[in-house]
Design a protein around this ligand. Structure first.
Ligand SMILES: [Ca+2]
Ligand SMILES: [Ca+2]
Ligand SMILES: [Ca+2]
Length: 228
């Protein structure tokens, strides 16, 4: 546990060692990637980590960076920012309105993205300009996320099913996902049009609440597309 002042934290052998700031009196910026160590603040300022794979934040608003290995980042309470920086990470926001960054590349698919309580945002990274990304893989590992942010400066297509939105938001047929998009982004239902439909039909550039309905017209989920 890193207290005030610069600490050298060494987890020793094993692949599941945690540096915890759970008792810190204010939020910390902490990074397992040493090149970001100059950005560390408060109880994490001056701390260096070796053989540490995981970080636990305080009950205040923290920013936690992992490294290229598989990390467990737990923000705890407060409005936290979590970025695993590659590998198969487990990223838990806990209480508060959190922002969790995750790569869309297969090799860096997180094992877990858990928003916890609050209004939580998943920021997708590494989307390909002109490419199409199936949300299913990341939706499968995602819980309690209310907002999807794909504003990365490139135009890409997001494809999904009603089940994917339900898996991400975890509110059954009342699942409502806000999507924050660039002007060049589009979305499409991946499923057979005879099975699921968007109502109204998606119009690129039109910000609206789109309802995913099943073949009988029943609501499965809603997507609020917002170009901002
Ligand atoms: Ca926190
Ligand atoms: Ca990582
Ligand atoms: Ca949260």
């Amino acid at each position: 546990m890193g207290g005030a002042g610069g600490d050298q934290l060494n987890g020793g052998a094993g692949t599941n060692d945690t540096a915890s700031y759970a008792n810190a009196g204010s939020g910390v910026v902490a990074s397992l990637t040493s090149s970001f160590s100059a950005f560390q603040t408060n109880d994490a300022q001056g701390d260096s980590f070796s053989n540490i794979e995981n970080l636990t934040g305080s009950e205040h608003s923290d920013t936690l960076f992992g490294n290229t290995s598989d990390n467990v980042l737990d923000g705890g309470a407060g409005d936290d920012v979590l970025d695993g920086l590659g590998g198969n990470d487990s990223l838990s926001g806990g209480q508060g309105d959190d922002h969790i960054y995750a790569s869309t590349t297969i090799d860096n698919l997180p094992d877990l993205i858990a928003g916890g309580t609050g209004i939580d945002t998943l920021v997708l990274q590494d989307l390909v300009s002109g490419g199409s990304y199936d949300l299913n893989a990341i939706a499968t590992v995602t819980d309690h996320i209310e907002t999807l942010d794909i504003r990365d400066g490139v135009g890409s297509e997001i494809v999904f099913s009603g089940a994917d939105i339900q898996a991400m938001v975890d509110n059954a047929t009342a699942s409502h996902l806000d999507i924050l998009a660039d002007t060049g982004d589009t979305m499409r239902l991946l499923t057979d049009p005879a099975t699921e439909q968007l109502s109204p039909a998606f119009m690129s550039g039109t910000d609206a609440v789109y309802t995913v309905t099943d073949s009988g017209g029943a609501t499965l989920a809603q997507v609020h597309w917002q170009t901002v």
